[in-house]
Design a protein around this ligand. Structure first.
Ligand SMILES: Cc1cc2nc3c(=O)[nH]c(=O)nc-3n(C[C@H](O)[C@H](O)[C@H](O)COP(=O)(O)OP(=O)(O)OC[C@H]3O[C@@H](n4cnc5c(N)ncnc54)[C@H](O)[C@@H]3O)c2cc1C
Length: 358
């Protein structure tokens, strides 16, 4: 039997961020991760949008957590660069939230209203809009590069290992929790962290139901770039990326674990692009993919210990904002996994809000 202070189930952005957070604090860490079609971390658009996503991020504590998560990115990426040499592209030039009819009654605190003239001066290739709310510190990160960088970061710690395989079940009833793999191997540890994305509820031995379901999102990558800002509205969003590309996202579809792409999804996203920036409607299509968001009933992540099994830590259900929240989740849950207190109030994210023990 192998042992590790911290065993993380799931090797997406969340699992890797928690693993590196714990390893940086001196813990031995084992990440059990099976790669699957439809993983959210590489499929996402990389928006860092606590402002534009404020409908999803309700409540003062939640908004403060999301804003702190966004503002952690520059120093977090710098420390990744120092350990791995990988430069993860980060854009903090602000997100434009378009208005089709009238100025919003109460733009969020800290945002700025741009009328049609000011908007056109900033982004001349946009269609005609009444104006836009500029969320000045929002932006985007290249989540595909971030995922590669976090994998490398975890490997820079001597006491951290990545095991490619499926965790079949956990046992958190005893003094030392245990994870059993589909291969039959077992790992015993001090803490088990659940970071299994949209599949987290399928693990055997959970002490209570974990209400996370998959919601499919389809995305396009277009071979043209005419915008300088992430632009949000009109049923979707556009994210400029390096290399002359623009990402178009995203559908929200309740189709279970089906992560195929559809002609309907492609048509919807092509028309989103054309509605926001008409010249992009004719841009060459480079790729079309889908991923599964791990969504909870109230849209908020599940973070922190199980009330009846304190050696089990949840880091799942990040829904539409798991890229934004990966570094702050890694720091908070990574700290808890070595017995430290999290430096943020995680109470709105407690699993107890949903379920009684099974
Ligand atoms: C189309 C789309 C657009 C998005 N856009 C954004 C955005 O702009 N901004 C933003 O912040 N967020 C965005 N998101 C959401 C974000 O991508 C997710 O919230 C985040 O990536 C979740 O990360 P994760 O590590 O929890 O899940 P995943 O990346 O899905 O990783 C989970 C991993 O766990 C593994 N796993 C599961 N169970 C087991 C097991 N039993 N044993 C071993 N391995 C297991 C899976 O195979 C997978 O590798 C988007 C998502 C989608 C799909």
């Amino acid at each position: 039997m192998k042992t590790a202070d911290v065993i993380v189930v799931g090797g997406g952005l969340i699992g890797l961020a928690v693993a590196s957070g714990a390893a940086a604090r001196g813990a031995s860490v084992c990440v059990v991760g099976e790669s699957r079609t439809g993983e959210a971390s590489a499929a996402g658009a990389g928006m860092l949008a606590p402002g534009a996503e404020s409908d999803e991020l309700r409540g003062d504590v939640v908004v403060r957590f999301a804003v702190a998560g966004r503002d952690l990115f520059p120093s977090y990426l710098q420390s990744i660069r120092e350990r791995t040499g990988i430069e993860v592209p980060l854009d903090r030039s602000g997100i434009l939230e378009l208005s089709f009819d009238e100025k919003p009654a109460s733009p969020p605190v800290g945002s700025e209203w741009l009328d049609a003239g000011a908007l056109h001066a900033l982004e001349p290739t946009l269609a005609d809009f009444t104006g836009a709310t500029l969320h000045p510190y929002d932006g985007s990160v290249d989540n595909v590069v971030l995922l590669q960088a976090l994998r490398r970061l975890v490997r820079t710690y001597d006491a951290a290992v990545l095991v490619a395989g499926r965790a079949r079940s956990i046992d958190v009833s005893g003094m030392r929790p245990r994870v059993t793999l589909a291969s039959g191997d077992s790992i015993e540890g001090g803490f088990v962290v659940l970071a299994g994305g949209a599949w987290v509820s399928q693990l055997g031995g959970l002490p209570r139901p974990v209400p996370v379901r998959p919601v499919r999102g389809q995305m396009l990558s277009l071979g043209a770039s005419t915008l300088h800002h992430v632009t949000y509205g009109g049923g979707g969003y556009l994210v400029p990326r390096t290399g002359g590309r623009t990402l178009v996202g995203a559908t929200m579809e309740d189709v279970g674990y089906d992560c195929s792409t559809t002609q309907e999804g492609r048509d919807t996203l092509t028309s989103v692009a054309a509605r926001i920036a008409p010249s992009l409607g004719a841009a060459p299509l480079l790729s079309h993919w889908a991923g599964l968001r791990p969504i909870t009933p109230d849209g908020l992540a599940i973070l922190g210990p199980d009330p009846d099994a304190p050696s089990l830590l949840y880091a799942c259900g990040h829904g539409r904002n798991g890229i934004l929240l990966a570094p702050i989740t890694g720091e908070s849950i990574g700290a808890m996994a070595v017995g430290e207190a999290a430096s943020f109030d995680l109470s709105p994210f407690a699993i107890g809000r949903f379920t009684a023990a099974a």
